[in-house]
Design a protein around this ligand. Structure first.
Ligand SMILES: Nc1ncnc2c1ncn2[C@@H]1O[C@H](COP(=O)(O)OP(=O)(O)OP(=O)(O)O)[C@@H](O)[C@H]1O
Ligand SMILES: [Mg+2]
Length: 258
């Protein structure tokens, strides 16, 4: 099934469309990364995005963020059509991004708090002084991710899982409406993965954030997300997180590749 119409779709249509892609194609020179992707994300949804390695998941997030410009198709954010990948600052600051894990140099000269503060520049603008509300947003982000005891530590001294939490706190300091997460629980042990996915779920349930999360851990996505999208350059399937068809789609997409 392509672009499945599930029983919730009528209700979803009544909700505000926050991210809309229409027939988007992107290639890195000769490497086709995503092909003819159409999708929508509605306000307050938690959508899981999965697909094999190199299936275009990170590229799809980059298109939404304006980091790469689609070769073909349209991107519409908060009802506004984006021209040439140039996202107006007022829209860009409503969307935060947690990138796929990169290991931080042990000697990187920034504390946990410095890194979280960087997230706030998206709201304030670089080189502008922070006001009280900015400091409050930073404190709240640190508290929400339970990083208080680590704030003064150099970021490079933290474990991989702790660093992932810091990256999410940095995104939260922006006080976004939408959070794009690229494999936030990869390389974590079982317990840390549980902790972090509980936090992410709370961002949705308690703070009301709209979430698009890439994850290879399909169980986490099935448990947390409302809706799932499977891609392999093109959209292979989308449906409710509890749709039993999902298991078959995964077998087909992951195990019958040429
Ligand atoms: N900067 C780049 N330059 C050239 N090719 C790229 C670049 N980034 C990605 N690609 C290619 O585009 C395709 C899609 O990559 P992408 O990173 O979007 O996949 P992904 O689904 O996120 O994979 P993974 O699960 O491994 O993170 C791959 O074939 C990849 O090699
Ligand atoms: Mg990726």
């Amino acid at each position: 099934m392509v672009a499945g119409i599930n029983s919730d779709s009528k209700n979803l249509k009544k909700m505000a469309s926050i991210i809309k892609l229409k027939n988007v194609t992107y290639s890195y020179h000769r490497i086709l990364a995503i092909f003819n992707i159409s999708l929508q994300l509605f306000k307050g949804e938690y959508v899981g995005l999965c697909g094999p390695n190199a299936s275009g998941k990170t590229t799809l997030l980059k298109v939404i963020l304006g980091a790469v410009k689609p070769r073909m198709g349209e991107v519409i954010l908060f009802g506004r059509k984006i021209h040439k990948g140039r996202i107006p600052a007022a829209i860009r600051r409503r969307i935060a991004y947690v990138p796929q894990m990169v290991s931080v140099d042990r000697n990187f000269p920034a504390s946990v708090k410095d890194v979280v503060r960087m997230g706030r520049y998206a709201q304030v603008g670089i080189f502008k002084p922070f006001k009280k509300e900015d400091e409050t947003a930073i404190e709240k982000a640190i508290k929400f991710m339970e990083l208080e005891e680590h704030v003064e530590r150099p970021i490079g001294h933290l474990s991989g899982g702790q660093q992932q939490k810091v990256l999410i706190a940095r995104a939260l300091a922006q006080e976004p409406e939408v959070l794009l997460l690229d494999e936030p629980t990869s390389a974590l042990d079982f317990k840390m993965m549980e902790t972090l996915s509980t936090h992410i779920k709370a961002l949705h349930d308690e703070l009301g954030l709209t979430i698009l999360e890439v994850n290879h851990n399909l169980e986490v996505l099935q448990k947390n997300a409302d809706r799932l999208i499977v891609i392999n350059k093109a959209i292979m399937w989308e449906g409710a997180a509890d749709d039993p068809e999902f298991e078959n789609v995964i077998k087909r997409v992951f195990f019958t590749q040429g």
